[in-house]
Write a protein that binds this ligand. Structure first.
Ligand code: NDP
Ligand code: MG
Length: 391
């Protein structure tokens, strides 16, 4: 059997490293085309050498000399910058992991779809920012998009062989994040260190803080609407502290299919890698008797204003998701920089949506990547202005 050609965008991150872990276990099965990263040149170069990649790309042009240096004598090509990321997405591959963090992941993923490849989509910002453009490109090019976010992989698996028209509801579970047991009145004081510790999942710093604020869950609700094409009022979320049930799908006969598994991203990544087959994966098996109980409860909207904002974004549609993502990224940067408090992030996002609504009217859909990038840019400026005004 010929080796499958794979590329990993965001190879140095948490998802990227989990993907590499799976691929490295079957070195004969894969031919690694491109690995990309940004700041972590040592890791990028060592993985490129270990996996004998064709090319390693850093998003940061300033780091090209360091990357060249680290790859010297290996015969592996080195490149840098946004255009180089797009060129890497043009290289023929059978399976591409989209795991760059943030809106920066959109353009390379979209480019990869042009070639009719299979795109394993971890980068949730792509769907929230430009779901219709991405999925339309996939349809037009005969490409396959497979969800890697664990909840969406779970829904996707529960839907195999089912008719989407028979779906009554989709329930996305949420751990509640690192601050779920803090009193609500103390949340305003939470620091990035407090919010950056997750009870169940080991993930990148940004998504871990987004879990504590539930901006991550807000993104996932919007992702669900975009990917599965289900009406917003059929999409629910429930707090499930154990993170064993990843999502549930309710059908029109009252049946509910739940997906259970250990909280390990290699499950969802491996499902996308082996799809449509199922193969052995090195993840823990769950023991229900040992788990003893699985708890579920409704999320408190005072604690998690992001959930209310997600509802508004889903109802508005159009460019609301793009503004939401951009403003959320800016608010998170400001929180990480100590410029705003933990609970201020939702206020900035909501005010950015209001301001952008007055400027451009959010419900009109963006038709091209350029439209999306323009709205993204304007939204970031708007959010920064709001942050400045707060000081
Ligand atoms: P990390 O922060 O761990 O990794 C991000 C990756 O993107 C790194 O390779 C990083 O490079 C690279 N990167 C950072 N900035 C840029 C940029 N401007 N241009 C190009 N590349 C860049 O993130 P995660 O792996 O946690 O998450 C990746 C995506 O997957 C996110 O969209 C996240 O929401 C989603 N996701 C993650 C889950 C998880 O368990 N971690 C679960 C579900 C979804 P470097 O490190 O070298 O600077
Ligand atoms: Mg998730």
């Amino acid at each position: 059997m010929s080796r499958r050609r794979v590329s990993i965008f965001g190879a140095t991150g948490s998802i990227g490293q989990n993907t590499i872990d799976l691929i490295a276990r079957d070195a004969e099965g894969y031919e690694v085309v491109a690995l990309t990263g940004a700041s972590n040149i040592d890791l990028l170069a060592s993985d490129a050498k270990r996996l004998r990649a064709q090319i390693a790309v850093t998003a940061d042009e300033q780091l090209l000399p360091a990357l060249r240096n680290a790859l010297a004598g290996s015969g592996i090509e080195a490149a840098a910058g946004e255009a180089a990321l797009l060129d890497a997405a043009d290289r023929p591959a059978d399976w591409i992991m989209s795991a760059i963090v943030g809106a920066a992941g959109l353009a390379p993923g979209l480019r990869a779809l042009r070639h009719g490849t299979t795109l394993a989509l971890a980068n949730k910002e792509s769907l929230v920012t430009a779901g219709p453009i991405l999925l339309q490109e996939a349809r037009a090019r005969g490409a396959t998009v497979l969800p890697v976010d664990s909840e969406h992989s779970a829904v996707f698996q529960a839907l195999v062989g089912e008719d989407i028209n028979a779906v009554e509801r989709i329930i996305i579970t949420a751990s509640g994040g690192g601050l779920r047991d803090w009193p609500v009145e103390r949340l305003a004081e939470a620091t990035p260190e407090d919010a950056g510790a997750h009870p169940n999942w080991d993930m990148g710093q940004r998504i871990t803080i987004d879990s504590a604020s539930m901006f991550n869950k807000a993104m996932e609700l919007i992702e669900t609407k975009e990917f599965f094409g289900v009406a917003p009022d059929r999409i629910e979320t429930v707090i499930h502290p154990q993170s064993i049930v990843h999502a549930l799908v309710g059908f029109n006969d009252g049946a509910v299919m739940a997906h259970l598994g250990a909280p390990d991203m290699r499950h969802a990544i491996g499902y996308a890698l082996n799809y449509p087959e199922r193969r052995q994966l090195p993840v823990d098996r769950i023991d229900l008797a040992q788990l003893a109980k699985l708890e579920f409860h409704a999320p408190c909207v005072t604690r998690y204003p992001a959930l209310r904002i997600a509802r508004a974004v889903m109802e508005t549609g159009g460019q609301a998701g793009c503004v939401f993502t951009a403003a959320k990224e800016v608010a998170l940067d400001a929180f990480l920089a100590g410029r705003i408090g933990f609970m201020d992030m939702s206020g900035i996002v909501e005010a950015s949506l209001d301001a952008m609504s007055s400027k451009i009217g959010l419900s009109n859909a963006a038709l091209t990547l350029e439209d999306v990038l323009q709205t993204d840019h304007m939204s970031r400026q708007t959010a920064w202005t709001l942050i400045e005004q707060k000081r």
